[in-house]
Write a protein that binds this ligand. Structure first.
Ligand code: MRU
Length: 356
């Protein structure tokens, strides 16, 4: 998708280096970072310079490529894979990508391993682009139906950033929106600011602006009243891990939005590639939920009068802070799961119907 009229992906491999967009500086500064070592990849994921479930999976896959370039040694590769998996625990795509890479590389001799690792990392990236595109085409049908019935602009609420910046291209929740816009359907997006890190305001609104899609940033608590007033036609969010029973783990605050949607008969869709499905964990309480640094809440970042990026404290210095990064929306609150293979109900039966 576009930034300043130029088409980008979020990650690419060039001259034995991995290049990514530093998302901690957006929307104020556009900086491309080079990752040279597996340690760089791990730090980039930990500091959230790259973030979003599919993108951290791709970064981890390329992290293993960098590990082989640094030191073509099986023990080092194994340690790299373990460290990568631990870098962020909630989004399942990270472990999925590392496991897929390690499986492909198992038993491969030293002279072939780099070529094969590179091929598999590229395959993960290209597959995500196709999956996200298909999510868009499947979600488009839902938006089209609403537009036909309403005969007016379709208002879509989204939470956090499940846009192209969270994937490689297209995004998950935003892909149906981009496809609708390209087809000439009038859409307007309510963008939840998404505290603590403001991924909605800083990333979703930014990328929608760059693609010319009308959008309005709202405080996280505003969705409820907009739904009561009939100003939201549908919600589409992303997910970091969806259980086989259809329970959806996503950015903190998603659950409350789904509750409000249910109370107001607003359809609540979750968009995801199959790499985000956890077929193993059956009980959502077993999902590892990241508890992040309290500074993400107590401090905010922005431009000062001299256009310099500054971080300032907004809480009382003595206050205790808790910063859970994700919550779980039970399947019963989800209208449907928009995947690369089609739209299913949020249930084991629904998901197994699409992914045999
Ligand atoms: O903490 P983040 O910014 O990595 O959280 C991202 C989200 O919660 C997204 O909604 C999710 O990863 C889906 S991305 C297509």
């Amino acid at each position: 998708m576009k930034i300043n009229g130029k088409t980008y992906r979020t990650i690419w491999f060039e001259n034995n280096l991995v290049k990514v967009i530093d998302q901690t500086k957006l929307p104020h500064q556009f900086i491309i970072k080079e990752l040279k070592t597996v340690e760089d990849s791990i730090n980039d994921i930990k500091t959230m310079e790259v973030r979003g479930a599919p993108l951290i999976g791709a970064t981890a896959a390329y992290g293993l490529v960098l590990s082989i370039i640094e030191k073509n040694d099986l023990l080092y590769l194994k340690k790299s894979s373990e460290d990568l998996i631990l870098s962020r625990p909630t989004a399942i795509n990270l472990k999925w990508a590392v496991d897929r890479m390690m499986q492909k590389l198992s038993g491969v001799n030293n002279s072939d391993i780099l070529k094969l690792a590179l091929k598999e990392a590229k395959a993960i990236v290209e597959e995500d682009v196709i999956f996200c595109k298909n999510i868009g085409l499947n979600g488009l049908k839902i938006i089209e139906k609403i537009a036909e019935k309403k005969k007016n602009t379709v208002n879509i609420l989204t939470h956090c950033n499940a846009g192209w910046l969270a994937t490689i291209d297209w995004g998950t929740a935003t892909s149906p929106i981009y496809h609708a816009h390209k087809k000439g359907i009038k859409v307007h997006v309510w963008v939840d600011e998404t505290r603590p890190r403001n991924q909605g305001a800083n990333l979703t609104s930014y990328e929608l602006n760059e693609e010319g899609i009308p959008n309005t940033i709202i405080a996280d608590n505003t969705g409820g009243i907009l739904m009561q007033r009939g100003q939201v036609d549908m919600c589409i969010v992303g997910t970091d891990r969806t259980l086989s029973n259809g329970d959806v783990c996503n950015k903190i605050g998603t659950y409350l939005k789904a509750l409000a949607a249910k109370d107001n008969n607003v359809p609540f869709y979750v968009a995801l590639p199959s790499s985000t499905i956890d077929w193993n964990i059956k009980d959502h309480k077993k999902i590892p939920i990241e508890e992040r640094n309290s500074e993400e809440l107590s401090h905010v970042k922005g431009l000062d009068k001299e256009n310099k990026l500054q971080k300032v404290l907004i809480y009382p210095q003595k206050s205790k802070v808790m910063n859970l990064a994700f919550d779980v929306t039970p399947a019963k609150l989800v209208t449907g799961l928009i995947t690369e293979k089609g739209v299913s109900e949020a249930s084991e039966k629904g998901l197994r119907g699409l992914f045999k």
